[in-house]
Design a protein around this ligand. Structure first.
Ligand code: PLP
Length: 383
């Protein structure tokens, strides 16, 4: 048997080992919701429970939340495991998978790990990172088994509307392929969240979680929405990985879903405040080229010139500020800013005076020295 080639995710290694900082603009999730604010008593929790293929009260709530029958819901450990299950159930090793570019790196690593042959369709900055169905049509082949995209788009935050989604669905259907839509950032629409793409037809498989929009990452409350037949296949595949979830997390997820409006209200306020800081920052720059998303927790500017990776590294190592370099999205001239953090921290991290760096980066040849000079400007402001 051939050994697997892709057995790691460079982005996850970055996120776990090299992204924490006092001014954390790398994280894409809303800051943690405190357990103390959930109306939970110790008597509400139990170690073991009647979970078989799902825990019925959680299945019901996830079904209600998404407007789908509980049989079409596969509870999973975060969107990460949901994506893994959705992919494992949708193609075999050697099959062709068409993925948006740029995309969330773990999607591509997982598809590679599962033995997919990867093709891409482009989402371009100059088009606001929108999905152009004619580009999808150009790149799809008779061998394509799965088309994968994120909505909102990671890294740009761009929203894909229902008409475009339907057009992609038709392209897939004509080839007998499916469309996997990772909607983890669509949750940031809260009460205005559009219906999951699952409702556009049987060829759609949707993944999401309470992780990013609600600050509940630790619960790992994720799910897949799929036809009943595909959902059953995923439950069986899940036996090979996770077998049974942690029951206390299932109980806490039920409580969280029962109080989601309250949790959402806090997240909405936080994001509104951070979006003001982000917009002030973007408005102050003439050396960044960017698409400005209206919703979500991320933005993906392009630096006109200069060495982004060296800058991001030095910024964190010496000046306690982190962002995600675009190399993790295969677009090295970009960087991703996340605005899910504490508002005061986000404001300080983004304040124009603290980030008076790009104009220097733009004028000089991209070297490590540039990056050092850039962060010196920051340090003179901040320290
Ligand atoms: C598009 C996308 N999907 C999934 C995930 C992981 O989500 P979860 O924490 O629910 O596993 C991320 C995390 O950054 C993401 O950006």
């Amino acid at each position: 048997m051939q050994p697997r080639t892709h057995m790691r995710s460079p982005y996850m290694e970055f996120a776990k080992l090299r992204s924490s900082a006092k001014y954390n603009l790398a994280t894409s999730g809303v800051m943690s919701y405190p357990l103390a604010e959930l109306p939970v008593r110790i008597e509400d929790l139990e170690i073991n429970g009647p979970t078989v293929y799902g825990y019925a009260p959680l299945q019901e709530r996830l079904g209600q939340y998404n407007g789908v029958p509980a049989e079409c819901v596969v509870a999973a450990a975060g969107t990460s495991m949901a994506n893994h299950l959705a992919m494992a159930a949708s193609f075999n090793p050697g099959d062709e998978v068409l993925i948006e570019h740029p995309t969330y790196e773990l999607i591509e690593s997982t598809a590679c790990y599962l033995g997919a042959k990867i093709r891409h369709f482009e989402r371009r900055l100059e088009d606001g990172f929108c999905i152009d169905p004619t580009e999808v049509e150009r790149q799809v082949t008779p061998l394509t088994k799965l088309i994968i995209l994120t909505n909102l788009h990671n890294p740009s935050g761009a929203y894909t509307d229902g008409a475009t989604m339907r057009a992609v669905g038709e392209i897939a259907q004509a080839r007998g392929a499916r469309v996997l839509v990772d909607e983890v950032y669509l949750e940031t629409f809260y009460a205005k969240r559009p219906r999951p793409a699952f409702h556009f037809g049987d060829q759609f498989v949707v993944t999401s979680s309470l992780t990013k929009a609600f600050g509940l990452s630790g619960l790992r409350c994720g799910w897949v929405l799929a036809s009943q037949e595909l959902a059953e296949r995923m439950w069986r595949i899940n036996d090979l990985y996770a077998a049974t979830p942690a029951h206390p997390a299932e109980l806490l997820s039920v409580i969280a879903l029962d109080h989601l409006n309250k949790i959402a209200a806090r997240a909405k306020l936080l994001l509104a405040e951070n979006r003001r800081s982000l917009n002030a920052f973007l408005d102050s720059r003439d050396d960044l080229i960017f698409y400005r998303p209206a919703e979500g927790t991320i933005v993906f500017p392009k630096l006109s010139s200069g060495d982004v990776e060296a800058f991001v590294r030095l910024l964190r190592e010496k000046y306690e500020t982190s962002m995600v370099p675009g190399c993790y999205f295969d677009m090295p001239q970009h960087f991703r800013i996340g605005i899910g953090g504490d508002p005061e921290m986000t404001r300080a991290g983004l304040s124009d005076s603290a980030l008076r760096w790009t104009s220097i980066g733009a004028r000089r040849k991209p070297t490590d020295v540039d990056a050092t000079m850039i962060v010196c400007i920051i340090s003179s402001v901040r320290i």
